[in-house]
Design a protein around this ligand. Structure first.
Ligand SMILES: *Cc1c(COP(=O)(O)O)cnc(C)c1O
Length: 234
């Protein structure tokens, strides 16, 4: 595998251990079992040599937000560290569906009928069925992806029904300037009424709150791998 050297490498192993410890404490504090919370370590923008320490420390669940970037980094890492599960946490274009179904183990951003139909076709063709989270735009922000809370029940039923997609849960990204707890509670409510058990919510700044509201997957990047370049968003 290609190893690039970048200055000021963060202490990934120590940061990872600290985040895992905080997850255990947050789960304990809300009467939940720590093993029911999966840490999705978000590696977008970070080079392979910053990811290897997390793999070497036996972490196996990671998130990337772009298909092309993931295709550059992850095939070699997945081959070197068997059992690695890669989650897509960024928007998926229909013209990248084939690559996404081939590389990712979980797709967290199922957010519109056209994508759902393309995924159903590709999963049938490829014979590979990564679990899907429906992304809900809990803040109803026009610039954000995700189905609106009002459309969620119908979209989930469409995906699970006629398209037979393996929908396992819901995902949200709350508005930056809002109280995240309101959004986590709303996502949990929509999941419960649809009989979905998995909730992907909470990032570096708020994953402990998300755990208190029932998160089964927290997506944590900067707390483990350090800050990303300011020009790279979402
Ligand atoms: C980048 C990203 C994260 C991780 O954010 P941090 O604040 O670095 O923990 C989580 N979820 C999504 C969808 C992201 O794009």
């Amino acid at each position: 595998m290609t190893v690039t050297t970048t200055p000021a490498a963060p202490d990934v192993a120590a940061n990872l251990a600290a985040v895992l410890e905080r997850i255990i404490r947050a789960a304990d504090g809300s009467g939940r079992r720590p093993e029911d919370v999966t840490l999705v370590a978000v590696t977008k923008t970070h080079p392979a040599d910053h990811i290897v320490p997390a793999l070497a420390a036996s972490h196996r669940v990671f998130g990337e937000n772009r298909v092309q970037e993931a295709e550059r980094k992850w095939p070699a890492l997945k081959a070197a560290y068997p059992g690695t599960a890669l989650h897509l946490i960024g928007p998926l274009q229909t013209n990248k569906v084939r690559e996404a179904v081939a590389l990712f183990d979980v797709l967290e951003t199922l957010d519109r009928p056209k994508l759902a139909e393309a995924l159903a076709r590709e999963m049938d063709r490829a014979g590979r069925r990564p679990g899907c989270f429906v992304e809900v735009n809990t803040g109803e922000e026009t610039q954000k992806h995700g189905v609106s809370p009002a459309e969620a029940d119908r979209f989930i039923a469409h995906c699970r029904g006629i398209l037979a997609l393996p929908v396992i849960g819901l995902m949200c990204i709350p508005p930056l300037d809002d109280e995240p707890a309101l959004h986590f509670a709303l996502l949990a409510k929509i999941a419960a009424r649809n009989g979905l058990t998995e909730l992907s919510m909470g990032m570096s700044a708020d994953f402990e709150i998300a755990i208190a509201f029932g998160a089964t997957h927290v997506r944590v990047g900067s707390a483990i791998f350090g800050a990303r370049p300011a020009s790279v968003t979402g």
